[in-house]
Structure formats: structure tokens, C-alpha cells
Design a protein around this ligand. Sequence first.
Ligand code: SF4
Length: 282
Amino acid sequence: MSKLKVAELFYSVQGEGRYMGVPSVFLRVFGCNFKCAGFGMPRGETSEEVEDIAQVVHLYNDYKQLPLVATGCDSYASWDPRFKHLSPMLSTDSIALQIMDILPHKGWEDEHLVITGGEPLLGWQRAYPDLLDHPKMAGLKEITFETNGTQRLSDDFKKYLFKWKNAVMGREITFSVSAKLPCSGEKWDDAILPNVVCEYEWFGTAYLKFVIATEEDRDYALKAASEYRAAGFNGHVYFMPVGGVESVYNLNAKSVALMAMKHGLRYSDRLQVPLFKNEWGT
Ligand code: SF4
């Protein structure tokens, strides 16, 4: 039986993208290939907020006690090795049983599964088939992988996804691709990989979700979108406001919605911020 290193497993409302408002189980796995320390910082600077938290990491013995951050990656504890002891290795059997426990009817109805991170398409691709084939997961119809769009799917996982999707009528697979712009602090050539994302479209729906704070971000997002289109990408493009905390989100949301409208693109909210203050487990 496979195991996954699980940062968080919780039930909430999907706050972003195509499934905004849909009751969802979130499986947040540990590990990421990026750091995104530039979010919320002046260009060229990196956030130090997590450094202060890491200094006193011994004070926290539960993921939910960790402070939220206004700059850098808002899910820092899902990949920073200094917090990895807060993410247990769980068998797929244990994960499936815990999912049943948190679902309101103790089985799948209209809820969808979000596999997020960190970056969920790193090494864990080999473990998902065991989880999704678990008898308790048979009623699941819709899955979203929330990815940064840099990881190719392995041949085995591609075969598995085709099989999973076609085994039951109405099943859907979605790749919600939050491609990282320069405001994240990551390099363009590492982050904008159109050929990788185009391949996701073979297995279901893929869309791009750009986090925007400024007009410079908007311009980079439009440049990236045209690179994806040139490579053959057909999916929707969303603009989403930066803001893991409400004060930052409130400053940005309306202007980002207006930017999206102006360019005929979709706007994605981050419902978890106004609804739940983006606390862990939401
Ligand atoms: S890709 Fe996502 S999880 Fe990874 S560091 Fe960036 S924002 Fe955080």
C-alpha cells in the first residue's frame, strides 16, 4: 500500500477557479519545487516572514497553530523542510478512511476532491492510483489537481488517469494551473512551461490561474498566456487577486476583476479569504 506525506486533509468550499463554491475535500501533500518568496514583496526582494516562524518552530505541534503570512508562499509549511514533522506519512487506506469521516454523508455525493500542495505532481503521482482505487473512493466523480504547471505526468500516471476517467460515466479531471509570474520570485524559464501544461489537456480540463497585484503582473500574465496559446493551449485563463490575508486581498480584488474584464478573461476570487480568513484547513 502506498503512503503520502500529508500536510493537511480537510473539508471546505473550493474558493478558486472552476469549482468555486463547490464542497470539496482538500488533500494537501508535502513538497514543492518552488519557494515563491517574492509574493507581496517589492520587486527583487524576498520575504523573511517564514524565517521568524522557523526560529520558534518547536512551539508548534499542530499545523493549525502556525501563523499565517502576508508575504511569500501562504502554504509555506507544506514544503519547507523545517516544518515537515507536522506532515505525517499516511497510508492511502488511512487517508481514504479519514476522507469518509470528514464528508457530511460519510460517502461521496456532490463533493469533489482537490489534490493540492505544495506541488502535488512531484513524486506523489505514483501513490495516487492506490488512493483513488480504494473502495471508499469509488463514488468520487471529480478531481482537481492544483499545480504550478511545471511537472510532467509520468507514463504510468497518464495511463492511470485515462483508465480512471473512463471507468465511470461523468468522471472529470481538472488541472488548475497556477503558473508563477515574476512577482513570485521564481524565474520565467523555470515557471512558464507551455508544453507541460498543454499535455494536461489530454486528460481533462486545464486552465491557467494567474495571481495578480499590479499592472506589471497583468502584463506578464498576458505575455505568459500568449506563450501558452502559441503552444496550443485551449483552456480558460483566470486572473486572481494576490492576498493570503484579508487586508491585502481587499486592496486587490476589485482592480483585478476589472483587469480581467478589460481583457475578456475570467476572474477567480479567493473565497477562502473573505469567508474564512484563509486559515489553515479552509
Ligand atoms: S508553487 Fe505554490 S506551494 Fe509551491 S512555493 Fe509557490 S505558491 Fe507555494
